[in-house]
Design a protein around this ligand. Structure first.
Ligand code: 9UX
Length: 72
């Protein structure tokens, strides 16, 4: 099942940060498409809901050194 979730991202300072997160998420098994917007401090992630949960996505962002919270 394809799901889509939005996350508020904290800790990004330069454009390379958003690129790092975007690449990291796109590499994660189950992610279909991840987009990170530096100015809005927001990540939009399309993922396979039978492979990943939003908390897996948050864990990945945290492992990269940033903060993430799911938007309602
Ligand atoms: Mo820029 Mo971000 O030099 O972790 S890549 S601040």
């Amino acid at each position: 099942v394809t799901e889509k979730a939005e996350f508020d991202i904290t800790g990004m300072t330069c454009a390379a940060c958003s690129t790092r997160i975007e690449k990291g998420l796109n590499k994660l098994d189950g992610v279909i498409k991840a987009n990170v917007n530096l100015a809005l401090e927001k990540a939009t992630v399309e993922y396979n809901g039978s492979v990943l949960t939003p908390s897996d996505i948050i864990s990945k962002v945290e492992k990269l050194g940033y903060g993430a919270h799911m938007k309602e």
